[in-house]
Design a protein around this ligand. Structure first.
Ligand code: SF4
Ligand code: SF4
Length: 165
């Protein structure tokens, strides 16, 4: 069953009214309750572009509603690339990227994931940045040309170069 379908039915008896306070009491979570659900974070999120089940606005609503188990056990909280786009654009200064850090810490502390999983996510993020860096460097010689790129081919070249290093 998809994450979206799992989260669509709210079981009121399982809501935890303290969850929003637990999150907002943590450093980085202070502005959680300022969210007025405008959706600007979701509209600009690069992860939502490739994964339509990932929705920062909806995640914040789930936290505010008290859906603690659903949020902390969800795979969705690990999709965020911590790019800070939502953080910069939010009209309420909610600082969702920092809230994501709080949720991840809670997920580890409450045994929803093993700490090694966080290290693996960090490693994926580091490698993603390395690949991006190599792809950007590869198009520097074309800076002054009106030229579109074949990003898949560029990725292939970047990966081949990395394997040679
Ligand atoms: S942009 Fe800010 S106020 Fe709007 S939904 Fe996202 S977190 Fe909430
Ligand atoms: S920090 Fe996470 S939620 Fe915010 S825009 Fe970037 S990927 Fe999306």
């Amino acid at each position: 069953m998809s994450e979206e379908k799992k989260n669509s039915a709210i079981n009121v008896s399982e809501l935890d009214a303290k969850f929003k306070y637990e999150v907002s009491d943590q450093p980085g979570g202070e502005n959680l309750k300022l969210c007025f659900s405008c959706g600007i974070c979701t509209a600009g999120c690069p992860v939502t572009e490739v994964e339509n089940e990932y929705n920062p606005r909806k995640l914040i609503r789930m936290v505010l509603l008290g859906m603690k188990e659903e949020v902390l056990s969800s795979n969705l909280i690990w999709f965020c690339s911590l790019c800070y786009t939502c953080y910069a654009r939010c009209p309420q200064n909610v600082k969702f990227t920092d809230i994501m850090g709080v949720l991840r810490d809670m997920a580890v502390k409450e045994d929803h994931v093993h700490p090694s999983f966080v290290k693996n996510i960090d490693e994926i993020d580091r490698l993603s940045q390395t690949i991006r860096h190599k792809m950007v460097r590869a198009i520097f010689p074309q800076k002054k040309e009106n030229k579109s790129i074949d990003s898949k081919n560029l990725l292939k070249i970047a990966l081949e170069n990395m394997n040679k290093e």
